[in-house]
Design a protein around this ligand. Structure first.
Ligand SMILES: [Zn+2]
Length: 563
């Protein structure tokens, strides 16, 4: 055989193998087998194995069926019976906030004001005079002992100010709807006995009329000039939030409202250091900034499946914990107030029009029953004004925590997405009846069962950093309504296991218009999986509490493995 002929033959063999490399010889990039896979497809099929090529699923089925796709370069992962869910979709949390929490004093779950004082004292010792000390996550209902001096159920700043005479200290409430300032910070902000309450907010005062430390709702704006001295590096914030997402098994993160200018910086960072969690953002800003900024940021960046600006967010009211949620009737424990409307209704109306114009999803934060009713009235008014049938637009209500019984069916009638957080019901549960009484709690608070029975799509989440991003307490709360104190918050409103899993997967995908490519384990969809050490659909409630994420896979890449 001549050398030429030999070369020709080997060239032919080479091109043949090159052909197979593109089809089946080398096979899948990744095969997960020996698992229990909840596909969440229409018939709730359970599978043993799944094969991935590139970032997509190419086969789902029994071990044998899927192993037929193995080739010489296939990475095989023996799941040893672990539970695979479609990648978890966090429906409503705050991406920058999650990242920033790791750069501030983390006060989530701290059990006394005294302990918070010690944490701040430590930070003061390490800071230079004049440095701003920021913390976040405190909640008076977490405290097992009362602070020495109080104003209502809140602490007075006296003790905090005593240990931080030369530093401004601002501590954000877990809900995000209140800030606490020390004397130094209040002086810097020019707050004194004459300072008036801004519209939709309150500077909490002590018996002498002096500011006591807490700033509710729009009164928090008084402290903004001081907080603006703290400008964290956006790249670092994003990296933190990315890591935090993956370790909790979150493969798609729905951000519930970030200013246009920050989104622009985030786009820049993502283009040089791409995120590995899929980020969906709502723009939250003044209508003026939205109008000028949306043309630059709306939509998906050049078909990048990891970064999408998909909605506009406005807040109609505050939170229940801080008496800021806008109720039809007064609070039971503070009958002088029914809460606040925090954003003028005409501003929300206009934002809805911007959503229509830019083909974005409109989302209104509404916690009180009045806030929810007004939000739905507004949606209907916007659609009527523009002659559109809004029922296919999947506009959203964020939280939908308290509803008048008459308003419960309206969500499904209007095709709205109820973006609710399982863990809110169980962490708020112990004090909700105190705030709004037994009757309103039973028939209107976190009424998942009633909403689901009406056909409403509920998407789940944590509102992190209001709560930890960990989806498991939210999942557990969704199916049990068991509070930390071991009691149950109107358990008749629980979701089933399957409904709770839907709310974090296929329904979560529906909530962001991506059910065609996310939310279930089906051929052709993105290979996003969250793997748990036990079966979330079948273990006892007790065992469910201990469940852990073992692997997170996004776009076919294993991006997190537990130690
Ligand atoms: Zn939120």
């Amino acid at each position: 055989m001549s050398l030429n002929k030999l070369l020709l033959i080997s060239a032919a063999i080479f091109s043949l193998s090159a052909f197979f490399a593109c089809s089946s010889e080398e096979g899948a990039d990744l095969i997960l087998y020996n698992g229990v896979i909840a596909t969440m497809d229409d018939s709730m099929t359970e599978a043993e194995a799944v094969a991935v090529l590139g970032d997509r699923i190419i086969a789902v089925g029994t071990n044998d069926e899927v192993m037929a796709h193995a080739g010489r370069n296939t990475e095989r992962v023996d799941l040893e019976g672990r539970f695979v869910s479609p990648g978890f979709i966090e429906g409503h949390a705050h991406f920058p906030g999650v990242g920033e929490l790791r750069m501030q004093l983390d006060l989530l779950g701290v059990e006394s004001w005294q302990e918070i004082i010690s944490i701040v004292e430590q930070a003061v010792a390490e800071a230079e005079d004049g440095d701003l000390i920021l913390g976040r996550g405190w909640h008076q209902n977490d405290w097992t002992v009362e602070p020495e001096r109080t104003v209502g159920d809140l602490p007075h700043h006296e003790q905090l100010s005593a240990i931080s005479p030369n530093n401004p200290v601002i501590l954000r409430h877990a809900s995000g709807h209140m800030r606490f300032a020390n004397a130094y910070a209040m002086e810097m902000a020019g707050v004194d006995n004459e300072t008036e309450n801004p519209r939709g907010g309150e500077v909490v005062r002590d018996e002498n009329g002096a500011a006591a430390g807490p700033f509710r709702q729009r009164a928090m704006d008084l402290l903004l000039p001081i907080e603006e001295n703290w400008q964290p590096n956006v790249a670092e914030v994003m990296q933190n939030a990315n890591e935090e997402s993956l370790r909790f098994g979150i493969t798609t993160f729905g951000d519930a409202g970030t200013p246009v200018s920050i989104i622009e910086q985030m786009i820049e960072v993502h283009q040089s250091a791409p995120l590995s969690v899929r980020l969906h953002l709502m723009a939250r800003d003044s209508n003026e900034n939205l109008r000028s900024g949306l043309p630059r940021i709306a939509g998906q960046i050049e078909n990048d499946p990891y970064f999408t600006v998909s909605g506009i967010k406005k807040a109609i009211d505050g939170a229940l914990g801080t008496h800021g949620a806008w109720m039809v009737d007064p609070y039971t424990d503070r009958p002088e107030t029914s809460g606040f409307n925090t954003t003028p209704l005409d501003e929300i109306f206009e934002a809805g029009e911007l959503s229509l114009e830019h083909n974005l999803q409109m989302a209104v934060h509404a916690i009180g029953d009045r806030g929810n009713r007004e939000a739905m009235d507004l949606y209907e008014a916007i659609w009527a004004e523009h002659g559109v049938d809004g029922t296919a637009l999947r506009w959203r209500i964020e939280h939908a925590q308290n509803l008048q019984p008459d308003d419960i069916p309206r969500l499904s009638e209007l095709g709205l997405i109820a973006s609710m957080q399982g863990v809110h019901a169980t962490s708020d549960g112990p004090w909700v009846p105190q705030r709004i009484g037994e009757e309103r709690s039973r028939h209107g608070a976190y009424v998942w069962r009633s909403l689901l029975d009406e056909g409403t799509v509920i998407i789940n989440g944590t509102d992190a950093p209001v709560e930890r991003l960990d989806p498991l307490p939210s999942f557990h709360g969704s199916v049990t309504r068991e509070m930390r104190n071991g009691e149950f918050f109107f358990p008749e409103q629980s979701m089933t296991r399957e409904e709770a899993l839907r709310s974090y997967t296929i329904d979560g995908a529906y909530g962001i218009f991506r059910e065609h490519e996310l939310g279930s384990v089906e051929v052709g969809k993105f290979a996003d999986f969250t793997i748990f050490d036990r079966n979330l659909l079948t273990v006892s409630d007790e065992e469910l509490r201990e469940a852990k994420v073992t692997h997170t896979i996004v776009g076919g890449k294993i991006v997190y493995v537990a130690d």
